[in-house]
Design a binder for this molecule. Structure first.
Ligand SMILES: *Cc1c(COP(=O)(O)O)cnc(C)c1O
Length: 373
C-alpha cells in the first residue's frame, strides 16, 4: 500500500477558528467592519511589541502600503536582497522607485549585511530587510547604517513571526514592519497581512491607504490614491484564533526543525539550516536544504525524486536580477549575485507545516537519505 502524499504545508486549524467563524456568520459581521479585525490587529501589535497593527488583505499588499507610507518613488533607491519573494521588489518598482540588490550569505541565506554600505548612494532612501526561512538578519549593523546615512528601514517579517533578533521581536525593527498570514506562515488567516509601526502618523497613513483614502469630512473626496486592501472579519477571526496558539506554534516549528537536523545530520550531500546565529536560534519557518557539490543533483531533480516518493517540496526563491518581469523593463542589466544564484539552483524546502506529524517527518527524512542510498 502506498502512503498518502505528504504536502509541503498543512496548517493547523484546531483552536477557536470554527467558533469565531461561526460568530461572524451568526452576527452578520463578515466585512472588514467586523470586530475581529481590530482584535487581530491588537493581538499582533502586542506580540511584536509595536504600537500599531494595520490589517490588510495579504503580505504583498502590506509591502505596497509600507513603500507608499514612506513616500518612496521616482528617483529613490531602496536596497533589498535579490534572494526574496517578488512582492518586495514589485512594491518598489510599482511605486516608481529603484530596487538595488544585495547578494546572499551562503550560511544564513539572508542578505549580506557587509555588502549594504557599498551600494548606498546619494539617492538611497531605505533598506528593505527580509528575514528568510526562520533566521533573522542581524539588525544592529543595519540599524547603524540607517542612522549613519539617514535611511528608513522596512522589515519584512513574514517568515520570522515569532522569532527574535538580539532579544527583540522580529516585526519590531525600523519604521515599518510587514507580515503575511498566508497558510504557510506561523499564523494564518487564510489570506491576510499586516503593517506594523510605532509611529502614529505612519499608522494613520497606512489605515487611509488600505481603505481607498476616503475623505475625512467628505467621504467620497480623496486627497490621495489608495487601494482596497482591507481584511475581512472572516479572515481576521481565523487569524485571531491562530494567534492564541502562539507559543505552541513557535515550539512546534523549532521541534520540526531540530528533528530534521537530527535525522539528516552528517549527509555530505546537503547543507542543513544553521541552528543559530550569534543573535538568534533558528525558528525553522520552513526547513530548507541546499545541495552540495557532492550531491550530483540540482534542486529540481531532487524535488522530482522526492515527489515520486510521495514527499512534497518547494524550491527556494529565484533571484530578482534574473526575473523576466524586471529584466524586460531594463532592470538589473548584467548583474550577477553568485550566492543567490547558487541558492536558487541548489535549494528547496521540506514539508514543514504546523500539522506535520512525526510519521510524516520520518518518511520525509528517509526519502531524503535514500536519494543517495
Ligand atoms: C509570504 C511572504 C510575503 C507575501 O505574502 P502574501 O500574503 O503571500 O502576499 C512577503 N514576504 C515574504 C518574505 C513572504 O514569505
Amino acid at each position: 500500500m502506498s502512503t498518502p502524499f505528504i504536502p509541503v504545508n498543512e496548517p493547523r486549524l484546531t483552536g477557536n477558528e470554527k467558533a469565531y467563524l461561526r460568530e461572524c456568520i451568526e452576527s452578520g459581521w463578515i466585512s472588514s467592519e467586523g470586530p475581529f479585525v481590530s482584535k487581530f490587529e491588537e493581538a499582533m501589535a502586542r506580540k511584536t511589541g509595536r504600537r500599531h497593527g494595520i490589517a490588510v488583505c495579504n503580505g504583498s499588499a502590506a509591502l505596497e502600503v509600507a513603500i507608499a507610507c514612506l513616500d518612496l518613488g521616482p528617483g529613490d533607491e531602496v536596497i533589498l536582497p535579490t534572494f526574496t519573494i517578488i512582492s518586495c521588489a514589485a512594491a518598489i518598482v510599482r511605486a516608481g522607485a529603484t530596487p538595488v540588490l544585495i547578494d546572499s550569505d551562503l550560511s544564513t541565506w539572508n542578505l549580506r549585511v557587509d555588502e549594504i554600505e557599498s551600494r548606498i548612494t546619494s539617492r538611497t532612501r531605505a533598506i528593505l530587510v527580509v528575514h528568510l526561512y526562520g533566521l533573522p538578519v542581524e539588525m544592529n549593523p543595519v540599524l547603524a547604517l540607517a542612522r549613519k546615512y539617514g535611511l528608513k528601514i522596512i522589515e519584512d517579517a513574514a517568515e520570522a513571526l515569532g522569532q527574535t533578533e538580539s532579544g527583540k521581536p522580529c516585526g519590531s525593527f525600523g519604521e515599518i514592519s510587514t507580515l503575511s498570514f498566508y497558510p504557510n506562515k506561523l499564523i494564518t488567516a487564510g489570506e491576510g497581512g499586516m503593517v506594523l509601526t510605532d509611529d502614529d502618523r505612519l499608522a494613520e497613513r497606512a489605515r487611509s491607504l488600505r481603505n481607498l483614502c476616503f475623505g475625512k469630512t467628505q467621504r467620497f473626496m480623496h486627497e490621495e490614491l489608495g487601494w482596497n486592501f482591507r481584511l475581512s472579519n472572516l479572515n481576521a477571526a481565523v487569524g485571531l484564533a491562530q494567534s492564541e496558539r502562539w507559543e505552541e506554534s513557535i515550539a512546534k516549528k523549532r521541534q520540526i526543525g531540530r528533528r530534521y537536523t537530527e535525522l539528516l545530520a552528517g549527509l555530505p550531500q546537503v547543507q542543513l539550516p544553521l541552528e543559530r546565529t550569534a543573535t538568534a536560534e533558528n525558528l525553522y519557518w520552513v526547513y530548507g536544504l541546499v545541495l552540495t557539490e557532492s550531491a550530483g543533483l540540482t534542486a529540481e531533480e531532487a524535488m522530482q525524486k522526492l515527489a515520486a516518493k510521495g514527499v512534497g517540496t518547494r524550491p527556494f526563491f529565484w533571484p530578482m536580477h534574473q526575473q523576466p518581469a524586471f529584466t524586460k523593463r531594463g532592470l538589473f542589466h548584467g548583474e550577477s549575485h553568485p550566492n543567490a544564484e547558487l541558492l536558487a539552483r541548489r535549494g528547496f524546502y521540506l514539508p514543514s507545516g504546523l500539522a506535520l506529524t512525526e510519521e510524516q517527518l520520518l518518511i520525509t527524512a528517509d526519502a531524503v537519505r535514500s536519494l543517495w542510498a
